[in-house]
Ligand binder design. Structure first.
Ligand code: NAD
Length: 505
């Protein structure tokens, strides 16, 4: 594995010195093999990086937006050219099955394409003024340094969602990736630097410190979070992390974009196409070994179809192929580490105590991979939505619940503290429309006849309540990366005051 990883990283433009001899040890969740030892940044390194990023911002903000878009276009080209290698690295470091690793890099390419188009559409409004000879307008202007904190489970795509938009918006970026996935970050940074060199070779004027990477743990992130020159902190991770980061940024009146934990449910009604529902639930609950923020953690089933659907899910669950994520046919790869497996076991024990009937959830492939953590997907029949069901356990556990009326199902769906993604499977238009209406799901994402995970980049992504309220990726999420200014221009020869106020001198 180590030789392979060296070749892969070198091919992606990362010198061996960047991932050897450091203090941050990286292990593959596939078999526990050591992948590298990455250099960690210090608090002082972060302060220097912020000063450099701020200087870069002062230049970059004056580059016309469509020309900024050209840099992101070139980066998208690098990603296209190196998609297979970067995807492979995502699988080796984060344990995603190959098609999901490729999907992650495709998502980066998609957001680059989106951002390039956006670079010609960063538009404000013109507003009618009540005063003669005056015009009002709103402009969106570059914001400053954007600090990006990312989680292990989307080790590169989340950074791209943020940075592709931030860069066309005229901002500079600093990235503090998960300490569990520094290698994919190094590779992504190398591809970005290649794009930047090509851009400047073709006459562009991108500052060298436009987008920097600093590896390390929470402490490095904290220095960034507290720094007054970081205009926006975009942080993706657990609700625990958001609780630490949000108030610190607020204390200095900085801007925060939080993308935190989810506890996503699918409601299945009597009219649902059960074939579709089974597929949607299985991918949502067990794909990525239950390690997506949008993973389906709860399924709320009408009592008339409950037993049949649970039996089908349980049968299908037991047949899902668990194995190395880079082997063909594998659907469920490893958990990220032993702590994650422990958390899964604790949650299953709590579920049993709270009346749940557990199928699956045991350790798998322990003799083949004694230093890695694979688990069979778990299905837990719950008598009620108890405390453990309201908690996000980042593992393949699906809780099943029963309902009688749609109102009751929606109430159960909304009863948890998180508010990221949700879905309903139904062929009844009244039920579908109710679910997406004001009295329906309270989540940032509410789907009909598709599961809770696997969002496209075109829509704004994010959730409510403990999920943090942030929106990133598509739609008008770009506005978070710019500052809005309202301008009133007087082209008359008098100076009337608004609201008829007089101040005659
Ligand atoms: P985590 O919270 O342990 O770590 C996420 C990142 O935050 C890491 O880079 C970590 O170093 C950093 N961090 C932690 N404490 C910090 C602090 N006090 N100050 C600054 N930085 C700090 O999360 P994880 O285990 O890597 O990822 C899994 C979690 O992320 C799950 O809860 C999942 O739902 C969530 N997630 C959410 C989204 C979303 O878009 N809503 C996407 C992916 C993951």
């Amino acid at each position: 594995m180590t030789t392979h990883i060296t070749e892969l990283l070198n091919a992606l433009g990362v010198p061996s010195s960047a991932f050897t001899g450091g203090t941050l040890n990286v292990r593959s969740p596939i078999d526990g093999a050591a992948l590298g030892a990455v250099h960690e940044a210090s608090a002082e390194d972060m302060r220097v990086a912020v000063a450099r990023a701020h200087a870069a911002f002062l230049d970059w903000r004056n580059v016309p937006a469509p020309k900024r878009g050209e840099l992101v276009r070139l980066f998208g080209e690098e990603l296209r050219a190196h998609k297979a290698d970067l995807a492979r690295l995502v699988s080796l470091e984060a344990g995603k099955v190959s098609s999901e690793g490729e999907g992650e890099v495709q998502e980066m390419i998609d957001i680059c394409d989106f951002a390039v188009g956006l670079s010609r559409q960063l538009h404000g409004l013109t507003i009618a003024s009540e005063r003669p000879g005056h015009r009002m307008m709103e402009q969106y202007l570059p914001l400053g340094v954007v600090g990006i904190i990312s989680a292990f489970n989307f080790p590169v795509a989340v950074w791209a969602w943020n940075s592709a938009l931030a860069l066309v918006c005229g901002d500079s970026c600093i990235w503090k990736p998960s300490e569990k996935t520094p290698l994919t970050a190094l590779a992504t940074q190398a591809l970005f630097e290649r794009a930047l060199a090509r851009y400047n070779a073709a006459g562009g004027t991108a500052p060298v410190h436009l987008s920097q990477l600093l590896n390390g743990g929470a402490a490095v992130g904290e220095t960034m979070v507290d720094h007054p020159q970081v205009a926006l902190v975009s942080a993706t991770g657990s609700t625990r992390m958001g609780r630490a980061v949000g108030p610190r940024v607020a204390a200095r009146f900085g801007r925060c974009l939080l993308e935190l934990g989810g506890n996503n449910a699918i409601i299945v009604t009597p009219s649902a196409d059960l074939e579709l529902a089974v597929r949607g639930i299985l991918f949502g609950a067990y794909g990525t070994a239950g390690q997506r923020c949008t993973t389906t953690r709860r399924v709320i089933i009408h009592e008339s179809i409950h037993d049949e659907l649970v039996a089908r899910l349980d049968r299908a669950r037991a047949q899902l192929k668990i194995g190395s994520p880079v082997e063909a046919g594998t659907l469920i790869g490893p958990l990220i580490d032993g702590a994650s497996f422990e958390a899964m076991q604790k949650a299953l024990a709590a579920a049993r105590e709270q009346g749940g009937e557990v199928s699956g959830g045991e350790r798998a492939l322990a003799s083949q991979y004694p230093n890695a953590w694979y688990a069979t997907p778990a299905l837990v029949r719950m008598p009620a939505q108890t405390d453990i069901v309201k908690h996000e356990t980042f593992a393949p556990i699906l809780y099943t619940l029963k309902y009688k009326t749609l109102d009751e199902a929606i109430a159960l769906q909304n009863e948890v503290p998180q508010g990221l993604s949700s879905a309903i499977f139904t062929n009844d238009i009244r039920e579908a429309e109710t679910f997406v209406s004001a009295s329906g799901s309270d989540c940032g994402i509410a789907n009909v006849n598709i599961g809770t995970s696997g969002a496209e980049i075109g829509g704004a992504f994010g959730g409510e309540k403990e999920t943090g309220g942030g929106r990133e990726s598509g739609s008008d999420a770009w506005k978070a990366y710019m500052r809005r200014t309202t301008n009133t221009v007087n082209y008359s020869r008098s100076l009337p005051l608004a609201q008829g106020v007089k101040f005659d001198i």
